[in-house]
Design a protein around this ligand. Structure first.
Ligand SMILES: N=CN[C@@H](CCC(=O)O)C(=O)O
Ligand SMILES: [Zn+2]
Length: 413
């Protein structure tokens, strides 16, 4: 039975799972139970363990929602901590141009890429923007995502950045997926301005207006060769922090220009991409407690070398994973990200599961148990029609998700 999120979910029981992932272990992997169940009351997990023990306390007969997961695998709902999922227009022609040899940086420097999407977003109505995002949230939910971060950054002026935040708020408040909004006015330098003047306008004009609107939780910057320098990135993130926004940063995607030092200096929640991060950059992030977020879909789409996830994992540090869904990386499925993380970055399936659940929640500073299925966690869960958790990475043909629970309610089946 499916209820709307507004209803009181009562007792939810998911039982007889062949495997159930509880949450992180003491290393970089996850704790997996066999023949397991969990029970939730009003959207909060109250018991996890062997099916017979959970059902002795919370019988199926008493449940408002009961799911028989025999032969299936249950995971915490996926958390996607890095997306640019609110956009308009179509850049599939750039995909073809890249196949013919054009690079991402050349396309952006020529006024394409992000700047073309900015044109399309400025022309779109508020309703169109919110509807576009709703469609993408539907697709993400169908693939098991129950919490997603969405960035602005296709407005590049105060009015459109605020419109983007309103659209994120409108789509998110009307959808089962939890949406975490990030202000990213410093996503590119708009045509006709230089980076220094634009940095000043982000700090002096956009950020105060964003803070007054009160929707954004994080502030992000594209710290990159030809976009924003480390110094400009730091100024923007510090100003954002002064306005109550937690810093995040796009670092080392095409070149290492000091983004990891900035991340550490401003106390960023995460540093994302990290395709060109060396040992020193890695140590800087780890010592500062910045969560590394890797986006293997971006490397896959660009035909670039993958980030060095193993360097973090082998040193005992976890790695978060995200889709980076945007017009340059049309990927909404976290299970495909898990496959790319395993094949491209040699992450074990269990490390990848941690990457798309609890580690990803860490990249969003979520400390309420999101990304785990333990007593006290939100009852956000994915039932996969596969016999073991490792199949999340192993399979890359059809969507393995059979049911998605959000706060104990069936949100998708
Ligand atoms: N690299 C910067 N931003 C996005 C791409 C956005 C776009 O190309 O529209 C990213 O994280 O990959
Ligand atoms: Zn990004």
């Amino acid at each position: 039975m499916s209820r709307t999120p507004q209803d009181s979910p009562g007792l939810t029981v998911v039982h007889d799972a062949a495997e159930l992932v509880v949450g992180p272990d003491e290393g970089t992997s996850v704790v997996v139970l066999e023949d397991a169940a969990f029970a939730a009351l009003d959207g909060e997990v109250v018991a996890v363990g062997p099916t017979d023990e959970v059902l002795a306390e919370y019988p199926v007969a008493d449940a408002d929602t009961a799911i028989d997961a025999t032969g299936k695998t249950v995971l915490p709902g996926f958390v996607d901590p890095h997306t640019h999922a609110l956009f308009a227009g179509d850049r599939s022609d750039e995909f073809v141009a890249k196949l013919r040899g054009a690079t991402y940086e050349e396309i952006l420097a020529d006024g394409g890429g992000i700047l073309r999407t900015v044109d399309a977003v400025r022309e779109a109505s508020d309703e169109e923007l919110a509807a576009n995002l709703t469609g993408h949230l539907d697709a993400m939910l169908a693939h098991g995502t129950t919490t997603v971060e969405v960035k602005t950054g296709y407005g590049l002026d105060t009015e459109t950045e605020l419109r983007m935040l309103s659209a994120i708020d409108a789509a998110g408040s009307d959808h089962p997926v939890d949406v975490v909004p990030t202000f990213m006015g410093a996503h590119a330098v708009p045509r006709g301005m230089d980076a220094e003047a634009y940095t000043e306008s982000v700090v002096s004009d956009q950020l105060p207006a964003v803070a007054e609107q009160g929707v954004a939780e994080f502030c992000d910057v594209f710290c990159e060769r030809g976009v924003f320098t480390a110094e400009q990135s730091r100024r923007i993130l510090e100003a954002g922090r002064d306005h109550g926004l937690t810093p995040k940063i796009h670092a080392d995607e095409f070149a290492a220009i000091g983004g990891t030092d900035v991340a550490a200096a401003v106390g960023a929640a995460s540093a994302d991409h990290l395709l060109h991060t060396d040992d020193e950059g890695r140590d800087v992030l780890v010592e500062a407690g910045v969560t590394p977020v890797m986006l293997p879909g971006t490397a896959f789409g660009l035909g670039a070398d993958y980030a060095d996830a193993r360097a973090f994992l082998d040193a005992g540090h976890e790695v978060a994973l995200a889709t980076d869904f945007n017009p340059n990386c049309f990927a909404r499925s976290m299970s495909f990200v898990a496959t790319l993380a395993s094949v491209g970055m040699r992450m074990t399936p269990h490390e990848a599961i941690r990457g798309v659940t609890s580690a990803a929640a860490g990249a969003l500073d979520l400390d309420d148990g999101t990304g785990t299925l333990r007593a006290g966690s939100p009852a956000d869960a994915v039932v996969l029609d596969v016999p073991t958790a490792s199949h999340l990475s192993y399979r890359f043909d059809t969507n393995p998700v059979s049911t998605v629970l959000k706060s104990g309610v069936v949100a998708r089946e």
